[in-house]
Design a protein around this ligand. Structure first.
Ligand code: KDG
Length: 336
């Protein structure tokens, strides 16, 4: 009898270890994974911690959210491919790499598009931005909410950039986006597209002279260790899109989709707030670390605007001329 009992117990152990039996399905905890490129100190990661807190609390432990920073799960493009394949639940890239899926998204990467964050929020959270989020399921992605990467600033190891002429010949890493490449080419630089995770080593090995990211990223990635100069150019405004794999989203009950979406939006408002609060500290931190910070005069800033005014026209067909016209109208309305 003992032998039979031991055999049955062993069999149960094996089945339980394989997850084939055990707690009733309803009580099992489901793990949701999120990957980003920035590090654990970033406002983006802190926004994800808020998201994790909300989802785990609202689901009463039915969901567990695991966060992966520093491009542990790949760079933006790779993680978007994982979402489309249904092997990763969530990521939160800049809009720039989305142009690889749908060139209409390049509209958000135009130089000097948004005058400030308040206007950006209104347009992105309004009908125009929502229309773009609704275009993503066709690519296997659920666009849950816009978060904020922020206004992008230039860093380099060669010169205090005060005018487009100062950029001549500088090898500048850009995101993998045709508008970013064309903008820096027009400014006289030598743009080099590269995944985010390769920037620091490329700067350190001097295979590139500079790069451009929001000041919080530039500080938290410690670019001041390998860059001497930063210019507060605000040349692009980068939104993030917090997104979910459609393949995996479609397996969720409607009430869980609503729970996750609500948390994504709530955490997004928090992330935008802390992102803006940290920009000033980041600039001060880079200055304290010995970087030369160039604050452009209105005339110097206007020279960059004038030098890049034709970029939009070059990409109007790709983005859709009507989309370009509409976003400009929405910006004018929001700026009133
Ligand atoms: O976590 C976001 C990063 O992966 C990336 O989007 C940051 O702006 C960025 C860049 O320059 O690649």
């Amino acid at each position: 009898m003992n032998k039979l009992f031991r055999t049955i117990s062993a069999a149960i152990g094996v089945l339980a270890a394989a997850g084939l039996i055990g707690a009733p399905a309803a009580a099992q905890t489901k793990t949701l994974k999120v990957g980003i490129g920035l590090n654990e100190l970033s406002p983006q990661y802190k926004g994800l911690q808020k998201f994790k807190e909300l989802v785990e609390a609202e689901s009463k432990g039915r969901f567990k959210v695991d966060l992966f920073a520093n491009a542990q799960l790949g760079d933006d493009a790779k993680m978007m491919t994982s979402l489309r394949a249904g092997t990763l639940e969530m990521t939160c890239p800049s809009t720039a790499p989305i142009a690889g899926l749908d060139r209409r998204w390049m509209v958000f990467d135009l130089p000097f598009l948004f005058p400030n964050e308040e206007v950006a929020d209104k347009v992105l959270d309004g009908p125009f931005g929502q229309k773009y989020l609704e275009s993503l399921p066709a690519h296997g992605i659920i666009g849950m909410a816009f978060w904020e990467n922020g206004f992008r600033q230039l860093t380099n190891s060669k010169v205090a950039v005060k005018s487009p002429a100062d950029l001549k010949g500088l090898k500048i890493r850009t995101m993998e986006n045709p508008v970013h490449l064309a903008t820096f080419k027009t400014l006289g630089a030598n743009p080099t597209p590269m995944p985010f995770s390769e920037i620091f080593s490329a700067l350190s090995e001097k295979t590139i002279d500079g790069q451009e990211n929001p000041s919080t990223t530039n500080f938290l990635q410690k670019y001041y260790e390998v860059q001497k100069f930063t210019t507060l150019s605000n040349h692009f405004y980068s939104p993030f899109v917090f997104m979910y794999s459609k393949r995996l989203w479609d397996t969720l009950p409607k009430e869980d989709q609503a729970l996750i979406l609500k948390a994504a939006k709530e955490a997004g408002a928090y992330q935008r707030k802390i992102n803006r609060e940290t920009m000033g500290e980041a600039v001060a931190g880079m200055e304290k670390a010995g970087m030369t910070v160039t604050r452009l005069t209105p005339e110097q800033h206007q020279a960059f605007v004038d030098a890049t005014k034709d970029i939009a026209g070059q990409f109007a067909n790709d983005m859709g001329a009507d989309n370009l016209k509409t976003i400009r109208e929405e910006i004018a309305k929001a700026a009133k």
